[in-house]
Design a protein. Sequence first.
Length: 228
Amino acid sequence: MGGPHGHLLHFHAHSPIHRTPAHVKILTLVGFMLLVVATPRGWYLAYGVYLIALLVVVAASRVPPTYLLKRMVIETPFVLFAVLLPFVATGPRTEFLGLTVSESGLHAGTALLIKGTLGVLASLTLAATTEPQALLAGLARLRVPSLMVQIMGFMIRYLEVVTDELRRMAIARESRGFRARNPRHWSVLARSFGALFIRSFERGERVHLAMLSRGYDGTTPDAVMRSS
């Protein structure tokens, strides 16, 4: 009883975490993130406690750890920045693994890496245990502005459409013998992304006009949001 269901990030299961109301999980995530961010750097024992608590939640959710680890690649930019920070920051220098680095940069990079990892893992756990439409309903119940909820709903609905359009463009390029092997080919990729933006914008205009022709007045019926 596992595997993706409903959305690429969601893992279908019947754990207590899955059954917890979405608005409760959202509030818990926000509270957890505020606690992590407010924890001073250097309090590694507290970070360890946060990690253990998070791993307990992951275990209770019955989401395979490998399922979450594969999706933590989204953290790569933060990891790179945290690794570079000790080398580019100013201030007193110290020795670390045989290298001379900035002491303040080392502490800041370590804190950024730890806090970023905890935040990404907690967010992925929420996404893996909550259906997108339940998440939108939870946000609406928490009195998030209706327009923002609608924008997020349509983003979820059409993200896969845009991704599929990008995949077809890549296949078209490859069928013509194109391979992005060096920086000289970046201009082709840039034009492709520009064309994708224009197509997405035009699609959005057509969708908006279609909604207006059907009486859209700034609110979206629940039935339509569920069908998204």
